[in-house]
Design a protein around this ligand. Structure first.
Ligand SMILES: [Cu+2]
Length: 159
């Protein structure tokens, strides 16, 4: 496994920190503090995450990564985007932003259960989280009476 660039950078910055601290007469202790600061910055900028991912190798499993987060807009009477594509066996979080004048919901049919945001009032947002366990194309509707026939339909494409 090649050394990840962040680790090399970290080592270089750490050595430079000690050298500079010594040159300024601050001593090794200050250099070590500087390394601590660099470590914090590295963690914040995601280097730590990069390192963890690299070290993890092929152990990708459900729940290990961030959820597949998507936002869908609701209007009278449509979803935007109508089609949402996600990966199977990986957590999905859909946020419905209701920009319409009445309540709507985003409900996917055909999975192991009907996952739904529940009715979201006009101007509000709501989320639904689930992990699709099978691939395929599943119908999305707003289940409020009449809305499906008015065009509130879409597709969840699970790959
Ligand atoms: Cu609706």
């Amino acid at each position: 496994m090649p050394w990840p660039t962040p680790v090399v950078l970290f080592a270089v910055v750490a050595l430079v920190s000690i050298s500079m601290a010594s040159a300024w007469g601050l001593g090794t202790l200050s250099g070590i503090k500087a390394i601590g600061a660099v470590a914090v910055v590295a963690a914040i900028t995601g280097w730590a995450g990069f390192w963890t991912q690299s070290a993890g190798g092929s152990t990708e499993s459900a729940g290990a990564g961030a959820a597949q987060q998507m936002t869908v807009g609701a209007k009278d009477y449509s979803f935007t985007p109508a089609a949402v594509t996600v990966k199977a066996n990986s957590a999905v979080q859909i946020t419905l932003t209701n920009g319409a004048t009445q309540a709507h919901n985003w409900t996917v049919q055909g999975l192991d259960q009907a996952y739904t945001t529940g009715d979201i009032l006009a101007g509000k947002t709501g989320t639904v989280s689930f992990t699709p366990s099978k691939t395929g194309t599943f119908k999305i509707i707003c289940t409020i009476a009449g809305h499906e026939s008015f065009g509130m339909v879409g597709q969840l494409i699970v790959q």
